[in-house]
Design a binder for this molecule. Sequence first.
Ligand SMILES: Nc1nc2c(ncn2[C@@H]2O[C@H](COP(=O)(O)OP(=O)(O)OP(=O)(O)O)[C@@H](O)[C@H]2O)c(=O)[nH]1
Ligand SMILES: [Mg+2]
Ligand SMILES: [Zn+2]
Length: 363
Amino acid sequence: MTSSSVFSALAPYGWDDAWADEFAPYDAEGLLAGRVVRVDRGQCDVVTADGLLRADTAFVTPHDPLRVVCTGDWVAVEPGGNPRYVRTYLPRRTAFVRSTSSKRSEGQILAANVDHAIVAVSLAVELDLGRIERFLALAWESGAQPVVVLTKADLVPDAVTLAHLVEDVETTAPGVPVLTVSAMDGDGLDVLAAVVSGGTSVLLGQSGAGKSTLANALVGEDVMDVRAARDVDGKGRHTTTTRNLLSLPGGGVLIDTPGLRGVGLYDAESGVGQVFSEIAELAERCRFHDCAHEAEPGCAVLAAVDDGELPERRLDSYRKLIRENQRIVAKTDARVRAELRRDWKRRGAEGKAAMEAKRGRVR
Ligand SMILES: Nc1nc2c(ncn2[C@@H]2O[C@H](COP(=O)(O)OP(=O)(O)OP(=O)(O)O)[C@@H](O)[C@H]2O)c(=O)[nH]1
Ligand SMILES: [Mg+2]
Ligand SMILES: [Zn+2]
């Protein structure tokens, strides 16, 4: 396999010179480069220059949920073997991580190497601005550029109502483009198509938000199952059950994900700061450098709430997310330390296993 044929096969999936450089040592070992398009119980589908391959991920540090192979990862796959193993994944440029439950503070990686994190929000149900802020905090934290897509615009009765809804979301999302689309009548799809035509985008949001419907519209055929949500609060059955990476005909790569009931923060302090950037700006004008914006004299944040310039809901939401994040971080530190110790032991064992596998199975 020449490097130019690898390039032409994988470029539609986002392969570039920097990935090729990163992969060079594995190439020298005879491993295949590929991108993970789906992960399913210890197995993953990897698109390579040899086509779509199934590979086992057991080799890649299975104990740390943040270090498991995930959709969007670039991996080095063994050229043969039964099962065929993923040897490792290349260092991630970005990673979208949430905590699975606020009690256990365990991180779960949802997508890797994503440039645009598209938060799909249905206009068919009442807007939950707090939930949007939460998604955006994780999106900023991931290193990707967040975009909010308000779906099912055809269900909003009139243009004035639609404009108000968009405005509410815009004030909630400084620095974030807010698009409205209707997959039903095609409105706004061209703008979304332009956004996703470069780099890798991930569709995130609640079940029934219309993510897979958008994926199908962007791909131009029905590659993902779409089903009517059984109830409006997203607690019904999830139609999409795995994260799927798709190459788009107009350029760009799209990852469709199963609906998320909740997204807990996971070490997202800077992400939270970016979601509430106007509060940080106001805080620069507080009299005290370490103002907590609770009851301090000369607090510019509280003054802005009094003036109606800053919605009180925003300040409450900011405080809530900051506190939640602090709780998660406090719990994580001890756990992460314990994990790092385990890591050292594991790495030794894995090195040995890799050597044995190479001797026994490959070629
Ligand atoms: N009226 C209207 N309905 C839509 C639109 N887009 C999607 N829907 C409907 O919304 C329902 C859910 O759509 P899906 O695309 O399956 O939602 P999803 O976000 O992928 O859901 P999960 O896979 O469960 O996370 C389906 O019945 C769609 O037909 C739209 O633009 N307008
Ligand atoms: Mg879906
Ligand atoms: Zn203040």
